[in-house]
Design a binder for this molecule. Structure first.
Ligand SMILES: Nc1ncnc2c1ncn2[C@@H]1O[C@H](COP(=O)(O)OP(=O)(O)OP(=O)(O)O)[C@@H](O)[C@H]1O
Length: 244
């Protein structure tokens, strides 16, 4: 579904992403996990051409993404960021309708799809005329996902989608959203630095360090056969008392 080969991106002299290759299968959830600054977001943003690589290729369904215009590409790739990434002056109805309108859906089809998503994501219909600032963080996150899923894109990219939520809400919202059949059929690439989130959501985890993949595999693979001490230490995030 997504094939990334020898992807490199520098900022000045600094290699943010360094010869990175990976594939994501259709319907798979791949989590990019790693420390702050290891190149997760840069990798993700190259998939929807918000960042252009210096070298390497990305193909979706066998087609090089540079052979299509960035706006066309982005209409077929949902993108979810922290706190929903909603425009403050768009109502929730406008936000969810953004891509369907660009794709010239009829108002009836947009309305039907919007109401379907509201029901699935447990958002009240009264939220349609509200603005993001009038919703809770968890609700904004659901609207961000509704907007990303509205036109049924085959691929959804998520960058720390639950990062703005408190730990309790975070666990609750992510379980609920990833329980949706709609999302389980979609190919998802999700960026996080939260180990338990990665272990819970991933079909496979790509653990990154300094722009490279240190190990890629199922959560079980990484836990039972860590490639080195970095992988072992990274995954072992149990709290320990400092003294005693
Ligand atoms: N536009 C830019 N200009 C200069 N440097 C950048 C730019 N974007 C990213 N970088 C640098 O590239 C490195 C990787 O950044 P990136 O955002 O991909 O990391 P990350 O793993 O997603 O980190 P975080 O979890 O903190 O978001 C960082 O050192 C960052 O400072």
């Amino acid at each position: 579904m997504i094939d990334i080969a020898h992807l490199t991106r520098q900022f000045g002299d600094f290699k943010a992403v360094d010869d990175l290759s990976l594939s994501v299968a259709a319907g798979e959830t791949l989590v990019l996990l790693g420390t702050s600054g290891c190149g997760k977001t840069t990798t993700l943003r190259m998939i929807n051409r918000l960042v252009e690589p210096d070298s390497g290729t990305i193909c979706i369904d066998g087609k090089d993404i540079r052979q299509q215009s960035a706006p066309d590409l982005r209409r077929r790739i949902g993108y979810v960021i922290q706190d929903g990434g909603l425009f403050p002056h768009y109502t929730i109805a406008d936000a969810i309708a953004t891509v369907p309108k660009l794709l010239d859906w009829t108002p009836d089809d947009i309305d039907r799809r919007t109401r379907e998503l509201l029901a699935k994501l447990q958002l009240p219909e009264s939220s349609l005329s509200r603005y993001p600032a009038e919703l809770s963080g968890g609700q904004r996150q659901r609207v961000g996902l509704a907007r990303a899923l509205a036109a049924r894109p085959p691929v959804v990219l998520m960058d720390e989608p639950f990062g703005a939520l408190d730990p309790f809400t975070r666990r609750h919202v992510r379980r609920e959203l990833f329980g949706l059949s709609e999302l389980s059929e979609t190919t998802v690439v999700l960026v996080t630095h939260d180990v338990s989130e990665a272990l819970e959501l991933a079909d496979r985890i790509a653990l990154m360090d300094k722009g490279r993949i240190v190990q890629i595999g199922t959560p079980d693979d990484l836990l039972s056969n860590p490639a080195n001490d970095f992988v072992r230490d990274f995954l072992d995030d149990k709290p320990r008392p400092l003294h005693g």
